[in-house]
Design a protein around this ligand. Sequence first.
Ligand code: AMP
Ligand code: MG
Length: 423
Amino acid sequence: MTELISVNQALLQILSEFDTLPAEPTEISEALYRTLAEDIHSPFDLPLFSNSSVDGFAVCASKDLRAGTRGNFTLPVVGDIPAGMQTTLHLGKGETVRIMTGAPLPEGADAVLPVEDTNYPYRDASAPLPAEVIFYRFPMPGENVRPRGQDVQKGQKLLAKGRKLQPQDIGMLATLGLDRIPVIRKPKIALFSSGDELLTPGIPPQPGKIFDANSYSLGLLARREGAEVIRLGVARDEYQAVLERFEMAKNAGADLILTSAGVSVGAFDFVRQVLEEHGQVKLWRVNMRPGKPLTFGSYEGIPVISLPGNPVSAFVGFLVFVRPIIAKLSGLQPTPPVTVPVILEHPVLSDGRESYLRAIVYKSQEGFIARLTGHQGSGNLYSLVQANALLIIPAGVKSLPAGETVQAWLLDDEPLPVMEKPE
Ligand code: AMP
Ligand code: MG
């Protein structure tokens, strides 16, 4: 048997063939989880102007000897500043002005007393403006004032190129008044399944046929990772049908063509043949389980990943190889999976290939424990549905006893279930 390439070597070789895609300006509301293509500097100070952090009455405290003292102080009210209004008023010592939260402080003012600390505790901007107000204490200079530039200075770098934009980042960009954001273009992934046995869901089962699962799970994985998916349906097991799908992918401008099935050594496995004649097969068969017959190559210069047909193999192959490709195309670091050490509840067997076993990881008093979910056959999708993790059994290991620690790749963000470990 020829030596199989290791998962890590295969991944390095595959990733070396991809580069970050070019940038494109995108509507701010579409920029979530996209990769920022340029550093963002603030065009101005934030807050943009000194303003009040409460509904209250503004005064000049730094020039007033009463600042910071308690007592009943009667002050004339010389104006009213609602939020959103720029005032030309100059506040003199001993005067006050009613001001709402977020409204700019008038010239001369440097402190705000909340309405609750006065005899006029109304927050309603439509409440009539009193001629004078009694303060129950006099504020200290700076009290309840958000000075200009407190948060951000003009010219300060706020978001670095390469950042995956989070909702709070989008809020920040909006605060800067930006509506078009320079982000990396979304990778376009053309996707098709292959096989004469495949039916599209929505019709009754037919003898000898199965429903196409892969174009759904793979398409949605790709979308979750931030790709734009071009769905090309199912290619029959005919040379011409497979070739046609590759042509459609090319015409759609795909950055990557992703296929499933038809890459084993079956008599009707035409994907490989098309690649050999219209491109190149650069890598075939990886030392992993499930997922060994993975193929990497190109069609007319466009990179192609062909995953094995069995639904669990296709899923795991995607996570191990396609997920990092999408990250790299998107301008993100193609990071290895985040794993946690877990204790095996029972012995596990492997065949010496790097294995990804479906398991449920739970919390117990003894720590994080892993239990396999059902039969590990690579066609058994339900065992993946029940799992919340893939246990990674390194190459060369054939069996591990209960109690051994292995690395678990957590599949979702759900909290781990809490269970008792059986005796
Ligand atoms: P192949 O890689 O073509 O030899 O297919 C391996 C196994 O995966 C066969 O049992 C196929 O019927 C099954 N299979 C192939 N494509 C799909 C698909 N899209 N959805 C579900 N099962 C599939
Ligand atoms: Mg097939």
